[in-house]
Structures are given as C-alpha cells and as structure tokens.
Design a protein. Sequence first.
Length: 617
Amino acid sequence: MRPVDPAMLRRLPSLRRYLRRTAVTSVVSAGLIIGQAAALSVALATAVRDGLTPEVTTATAWFLAAVAARAAVQWWQGASAARGVAEVKTELRDGLFRAAARHGPTWRGRGRTGEAVTLVTRGVDGLDAYVSGYLPQLCLAAVVPVAILVVMAVNDPASMIVVLVTIPLIPVFGVLIGWHTKAQTERQWHSLRRLGGHFLDAVAGLPTSRVFGRAADGARAVLRTSDDYRAATMATLRVAFLSALALELVATVSVALVAVPIGLQLLGGDMDLRVAFLILLLAPEVYLPLRSMGSRFHAAQEGLAATGAAFDITDTDTPTPEPRHGKDTAMIDHATRPSTPECPQPAEYPQAPGPRLAPPRVAPDRMTSGAEVGGPPGIEGDRSVEPFLRFTDLAVTYPGAERPAVAGLTATVAPGELVALVGRSGAGKSTVLNALLGFAPVTGGALHHRGSPIRPGEAWLRNVTWVPQRAHLFAMSVADNIRLGQPTADPDRVRAAADAAFATEFVNELPEGFDTPLGDAGFGLSAGQRRRIALARAFLRIQLLDCPLVLLDEPTAGLDLHSEARVAEATARLLAGRTAILVAHRESMLDRADQVWRIADGALREVVHRSPAGAVS
Ligand SMILES: Nc1ncnc2c1ncn2[C@@H]1O[C@H](COP(=O)(O)OP(=O)(O)OP(=O)(O)O)[C@@H](O)[C@H]1O
C-alpha cells in the first residue's frame, strides 16, 4: 500500500500534471498557514501586552489578508481538482475504449458486459474521491508538517520534539487500518462488478428464463449479489468510521501533549507569549492534513480498485478477465429449487452414443393452459372438437407503434401438426410466436388452447418449449445452459440431450467439455453451435416436462449448409409428434410442415395444407 501508485502516475499523464499543480498549491498553502498563525500570534500577544497599538492593526490586516489568500488558494485548488478529475477519468476511459477496440469483440465477450459497463461508469467515477479528495490532502500532508516543524524548531525546539515523536502515530494507525480496508474495498468492488454482470445477464436473458421457469432464480441471484454488496459496503464504512475516530483521538492527545508544557512554561515565565500563541495555533495544523488524508484514504479505495481492474485491461495484449463462471457467479443459482415441477422421467430417454428419442406424444392429458390453473372451473372446451390452438382475429400492436404488427389473423392448428410461418422480414412471424408466449400484447381477437383462452403466465408457459431466433445463453457452463429449465437433470440426461441436438461433438472439443464456462451471450461458440445448445436445452425440457407445444424461430437462419442440415435434422427430431409452430425460410424445414402460413404486412395471406406425403391441398 503506497501513498501514490507509481503505475498510475506512469500511465496517466493528466494525473502527473494535476499532482504538480497540487504540489505547488500545497507549498503556497503551507506558507499561508504559517503566515496566518504568525500574524495572529503577533496581534494577540501585542494586544495583551500593549493594548490596541498600530502594530496590532497591521498584524491583524496581515492575518486577514492571509485568510483571504488561503480561501482563494482553496477555491483554485477546488477548480483544479475538478479539471484534474475530468481529465484523469477521460484518459482512463479513453484507454479502456482503445483497449476494447484493440482487442475486438473477443475481449468483450469473455468478460461480462455488465461488469465492463460497471467498470467504465461507476468504477472510473470512483476516482473522484481519490483525485479531488485524497491527493490534495496527501500533498498537504507532505509539505505542511515539515514547514511547521521548521518554524517550531526555530521558535520552540521542545514542542518540535513532542510533535516529532507523536506525528508518526497517525500514519502508523492509518497504514494499519488501510491494510484492513484494502481487502474490504476490493471485496466491495468485486461485489459491485458482479452485480452489474448479473443484472445485465438477467435482463438480457429474461424471456428465456421466463419460458424455462427460472425468472425467479435470476431475480434471487441479483438479490443475493446486492446483499453481498450491501454487506461489503457496511463493513468498509464501519472501518472508515472507526479509523476516523482513532485518528481524531491520536491528533487530540498529541495537541494536548504540546499544549501542556507550553502552559507550564508560560506560568513559569519561561516563554514569550507570541511564541506560545504561535505554537498553539500551529500544533493542530500539523496533524490536520494527515488526519484528513487518513479519512479520505478509505473513500479513495474503490476508485483505486477499479483503476487496477482498468489497467489489467489496458495493459495486456490479450486480457483475460477474472474467472466469473463458477457456480457462485452464475446468474441462475442451481442450488435453488427449480421452479418447474418435477416431471415423470420417460423411460426411453435417449442415451449416448446414439441420439434416440422418446416416442412422440400427441396432446398429453397432463397439459394445462393458463385458464385451467387460474380460470374458473368449466371453462375448458370440448377436447374432441376443439383444435389444439385457435387464433381468432388476432391483433398485436406493440406499445408506441402506430400500426399493428399482426392484424386479423384467424387460423387453427390441430394436435401434432407442424405449422410453418413464411413471409418477408418484418412481416410479423416472430410476433405470432411472441403473442403465444405472452411477450407481445394481444390487442385484439383471441388465442385459445383446446377451447380455453390462453392466459400468459407460468402455468401456460409450462406447456411450451421455445427456441428463439437468438437464443440467450447465460454466462455459465455449457451443461448449466442446457439444463436451464431443469437444474436437477443429471449429466447423463444433459449429454443425451446434447447428442440429440448434434452438439456433443463440438462440446467435447471445448477445453472443459460440458463444464466449459461460456462468456456473455454464449461467447466462445459459433452461431450454429449456440443454436444447437439452444436445441439441446429444448430437448431436455421436452423430455423432462413433456411439453406438447414447440415454438421455433428460424432455427437454421445464418448457418452454413453443413450446420443447417444438422440443425434441421435435430429440429425434426425435436418436433416429431408434437404440435409446433416454426418460423422458416428454408425448403428443408418447409417440406416437413403440415400447414404453411404465408404472412405479409401482419396479415395471414395464404394457408397451404400439405398431406403427409407432401402433396399440397
Ligand atoms: N418490440 C417491438 N416493438 C415495436 N415494434 C416491434 C417490436 N418487435 C417487432 N416489431 C415490429 O413488428 C413488425 C413485425 O416484426 P416481427 O419481428 O414479427 O417480423 P418477422 O416477420 O419475424 O421478421 P424477421 O423475419 O426479420 O424476424 C415489424 O415491423 C417490427 O418492426
């Protein structure tokens, strides 16, 4: 623990400039403190001895001039500090952005975006207390006591010796407490960064964690990190308050040790009154900058910890942020009880090595709609007559949008049917899926499942498996990503789901296989690999929860031919015997559809029915 980190001075020229300005200000301040005390002691001693003579008036005028000059210097120092803080923070942020540009997306993805954002914003802002609070006090502490000791040596060497003996107590206490504070502050800063990372991951993955029944766990993880941060902050504050108290006590006792002998000498007539006033006025000023420096040291620590983290990034060619994918840092805590219910385990769950799947199930009785759980009894329709899904004049208008994204959509889906949605980009295909998931507001018409109105929420989502266009992978291991909805699933089941999604091959080539931690949004995997992990996640969910409805949003978009063929095959396995709605552009996916809905400008323009043999009706 050094008073000033030389590494910071080396890397930040604006900090060096600021420190030079502050050093000059401190020397001027020291002169003014001594001048002020000298003028006042002359004025007081002369007034006591001779009454209000012209000498008293002159000394008082000098005293007032010194006070005014000190105020001006302090104002200038404040302005200089504000400029210095702005320059140092700009330089540091500039360095971070340059490093990010130099390293490209590789670096960003390996860390958590939320952590990086916390570092660049709140972390760098933590330097305010260091630059404008701690450094000026440090400069004063280096100059003022020395100057005052010289004055004391000339006027009263005995007082100088008392000060010389007591003054080291303050830095010694400061250092002892500082060692303790450093660990506390680093813990506090670490918690804050984790909080930023968790929060962003939780928010970005919210739709995914909702569908997979883990939204509450994400919130709990954020809450737990917030609590860690609160505890670390309170611990730092406790140390800061205690240290302020200890330093205050040491300074007061030290001033008393100087004052008592002076009083005795005055009584004995051995000391001039002017010298006595001068020493008594200067004694507290010796300890003041050291005390202030000690108390500001704690506030400055967060900024220093953040700066250390920033230099780790700016200094390395290929920065490797601290590991953050352990179970303790995962957004979703697997120790918590899954929010989805335990499901019967199908006896024929696929086992490695070959991807074998459980036999398809069509419209299982276990299925629930939102209405069955939350609605009044008797709301269910006639299962033998009602289609699996019914869209009646469905309209969706996003908040703030001028026109509906989907309007007047009327259609039905029979149990076990595969419906493919086709249409140009922006036609409204994903919106149809979002309406079914409850992610887009149904502003007109109705959605029914087996005759019951669909009520978006946990109960309904338990029926659904969703593979979105851009599946969100969380910053945790590959295995934990696959078992997102079923955290208690054993490794064999995870592996079998990966086999079925043709993911095992590339996962085995990752450094730690299924335990390989992924970065933000699945960093470290290609787009096709991410999709296969998302499919594996869906496989596991289907197998364990037996979800009868599958929603897939362009599972093969942006893939090369080889990956596309594999994902298409995996998708076909996923959909076998289940009711599914699939947004598709590729023929490979359309061939398997029972109905093809062509959507344009939010309206259903055409429905093509295909027979099992592929004929169009
Ligand atoms: N969250 C949203 N808020 C406002 N408007 C939205 C939102 N999401 C989509 N839209 C708009 O709704 C319309 C339909 O979008 P949607 O994503 O359903 O199209 P899409 O057919 O799935 O397109 P693509 O094939 O490119 O994914 C578009 O005009 C889009 O701009």
